[in-house]
Design a protein around this ligand. Sequence first.
Ligand code: CMX
Ligand code: CO
Length: 158
Amino acid sequence: MSITARRVGDDDPGVQMSESAAPAPLLTEIDHIAIAVPDLGAAIDYYRDTFGATVDHREVVESDGVEEALLKVAESYVQLLTPTRDDSTVAKWLANRGGPGIHHVGYRVADCAVALESVKAQGFRVLDDAPRPGSRGTTVAFIHPKDALGTLIELVQE
Ligand code: CMX
Ligand code: CO
């Protein structure tokens, strides 16, 4: 929560400390770190051979044109992500970047609709106007990276 020191004019003398209007905490946990890769099998092998991490869940998310492999790390996941078709935004992202890397962060929220409305009410661009189905039965919504410190954010309700 940020504290703003505000000096006010002569007609209202003195210095006041006022708290900015922050919402109640919306993020309950890191749900996943998503790493986009050109070769899902090779990425799974890397995590297994290097860290002993194994696949907990695998799914094709047709709406996003991706296939994911989720590796469980404590209560969170590493989401290895690869495009399933050329017009997938992840295919474009990999081509622009020229290789694998962190694509987005998924934060767990208690209520995706409430969190999304809070972000929208603050004037930030979102990529989903309403919550939609994600993988493994979750409900998700994405926030535009240009309005989120250059990081694509996925709000995830389990
Ligand atoms: N993280 C940070 N910045 C990103 C980004 C990302 N993942 N993807 C794109 N950008 C930036 C680009 O660098 C570019 O910046 P500049 O204008 O400064 O060059 C800008 O955003 C626009 O990029 P773009 O290449 O034109 O990309 P698009 O607008 O075609 O798509 C985005 C970007 C974020 C709108 C799109 O990827 C999207 O809608 N994502 C949400 C859905 C999604 O990511 N699904 C896959 C995962 C599914 C899952 O996890 O289940
Ligand atoms: Co994700």
